[in-house]
Design a protein around this ligand. Structure first.
Ligand code: SIN
Length: 273
């Protein structure tokens, strides 16, 4: 008999491994436990999941509407499934700096679910950082300064650079851009989390450019502190699910010329408050 679902924290701050579950055949009770564990641990890890694209989408859709990536055409016949792939011919890998997925959207994704089918022998880990912990570790004075500020997140600079690197013509398309609170309140937990990232956040609204640059620089360094993090070592058929509203992640491309390949679905969120 399969042992019942159990939750094993990876660090006291962030991350939990979930054992004893088949994501393609979840009961309502298991789904509820997984949701609760996500709110508590911010990123969840599952091993040995046989989750072809159709079932991957079904699992994601239990959390909400799946969204199409603004700069990736997706997999043939499945526009809401984004391939995450790098091999010896790649000039870049996805997610190589700290970020929250597509935070430039007016309603940035609540969560993302990535399954890897091919991984290098070593390397290709993903780092995750807890943005509640990052906010709470700031001084009271700094929290007071940031509460109530907003910042502009813009997809254009990052996605155009990706397209330039991979030689893709974006046909002059417009990318999402949005103004979000620098500190957001999570709709499920009610906790405050830092919500600025170096991939998409351009400037803080209402501050002179130099002050905005200095504060964002400080925050970008701060969110990368090791004590807010865990690090996931992938195996074939591993799945990670993260809450974009209270985490950032950073994929490490240290495995060239090896291949790392999988698929991601992304779940629509709400306008941050
Ligand atoms: C991403 O979704 O940013 C990529 C994560 C990864 O490849 O580990």
């Amino acid at each position: 008999m399969t042992p019942p679902l159990s939750v094993h924290p990876v660090t006291p701050v962030i991350g939990a491994e979930i054992h004893g579950v088949d994501l393609s055949r979840l009961t309502d009770a298991e789904f509820a436990t997984i949701r609760d564990a996500l709110w508590t641990h911010c990123v969840l890890f599952f091993r040995d999941q046989d989750l072809p694209i159709e079932r991957h989408k079904v699992f994601g859709a239990r959390f909400g509407e799946l969204v199409v990536h603004p700069n990736d055409p997706g997999v043939d016949g499945h526009p809401e499934v984004m391939p995450i792939h790098a091999d010896r011919n790649s000039v870049r890998a996805t997610g190589e700096q700290w970020h929250s997925d597509v935070s430039c959207d007016p309603r940035p994704p609540m969560g993302s679910i990535l399954r890897m089918h091919t991984v290098p022998d070593t390397g290709g880990d993903t780092l995750f950082a807890n943005m509640y912990a990052a906010y709470e570790a700031l001084s009271e004075r700094m929290r007071g300064l940031l509460d109530g500020l907003t910042a502009v997140h813009d997809g254009g600079p990052y996605y155009r650079e990706v397209n330039r690197l991979v030689g893709r013509d974006d046909g002059g398309r417009a990318y999402p851009s949005a103004e979000h609170p620098v500190v957001r309140t999570h709709p499920e937990t009610g906790r405050k989390a830092l919500f600025v990232n170096q991939m998409f956040t351009q400037y803080i609204v209402g501050l002179p450019a130099g002050e905005s640059r200095a504060i964002l620089g400080l925050l970008f360094d701060h969110v990368a502190r090791p004590d807010f993090q865990c690090r996931f070592r992938w195996r074939p058929d591993s799945v990670a699910m993260w809450d974009n509203r209270c985490t950032q992640h950073h994929a490490i491309w240290d495995y060239w010329p090896e291949t790392r390949s999988g698929y991601r679905v992304t779940i629509r969120g709400e306008a941050p408050v």
